[in-house]
Design a protein around this ligand. Structure first.
Ligand SMILES: [Mg+2]
Length: 211
């Protein structure tokens, strides 16, 4: 329905771990970067604990040489653009209805534009975006610059950094489980909600008692 009930609302989304459930792919991409430099690779638990953004900070913390950070990020993006993954539940149903209800929808992602476009195409993500901002190393300034678009604003993400940037930029921070970070980490970083399906995100956004 084209009811315009969300005409005062914007919802921005992180991509990896949020729209696409690709923690396994990211884990493999990170270990490939580390292995190539004879650095210790991470098991699943270590990956969850140590994955963070911005990417360069994470590589440096894991021992990648300062002169290699850009190369490592290129390698990461290459790996992320060559292996398909799957969509979070509710993506195919909730994004089109939010769009039809008038919400302004966008993506702010650290991933390369190529990697996002690859997923968008191979996983048939509904083409609802007003804007796709990628790659964005500084999500705080990007979210802040977009904040005036609509009166109500939500950012949906799967990492502590996402939650921190959302809150600091004046968005309601919605964390999603089953991404790159543990649920407890999202709450600790300032999430106001933590959900699994994007249908749950749509319910939160439609709740007029939410600012
Ligand atoms: Mg993410």
């Amino acid at each position: 329905m084209m009811d315009g009930s969300l005409a005062d609302t914007m919802v921005m989304f992180d991509w990896n771990g949020t729209i696409v459930l690709d923690a396994d792919r990211a884990h493999g991409a990170l270990n490939a970067v580390l292995h190539k430099r004879a650095l210790p690779t991470l098991d699943g638990e270590q990956f969850t604990a140590r994955f963070k953004l911005p990417m360069a900070e994470m590589f440096a913390a894991l021992g990648v040489d300062g002169t290699e950070l850009a190369t490592a990020e290129d390698e990461w993006n290459g790996s992320m653009s060559s292996a398909t993954t799957r969509l979070r539940s509710g993506v195919a149903t909730s994004l089109p209805t939010l769009s039809e209800e008038g919400a302004w929808l966008g993506v702010v992602s650290a991933a390369s534009a190529t990697a996002v476009a690859f997923d968008q195409r191979t996983l048939a993500v509904p083409a609802v975006w007003q804007v796709v901002e990628a790659p964005i190393a500084d999500k705080l300034s990007q979210l802040s610059s977009r904040r005036g678009q609509r009166a109500r604003a939500f950012y949906v993400g799967d990492t502590a950094y996402d939650m921190q940037c959302a809150a600091a930029a004046g968005y309601t921070a919605i964390g999603v489980a089953n991404g790159y970070a543990a649920v407890r980490t999202l709450w600790d970083a300032g999430a106001e909600h933590v959900v699994e399906s994007l249908e749950d995100v749509a319910s939160i956004v439609r709740d007029r008692s939410t600012p």
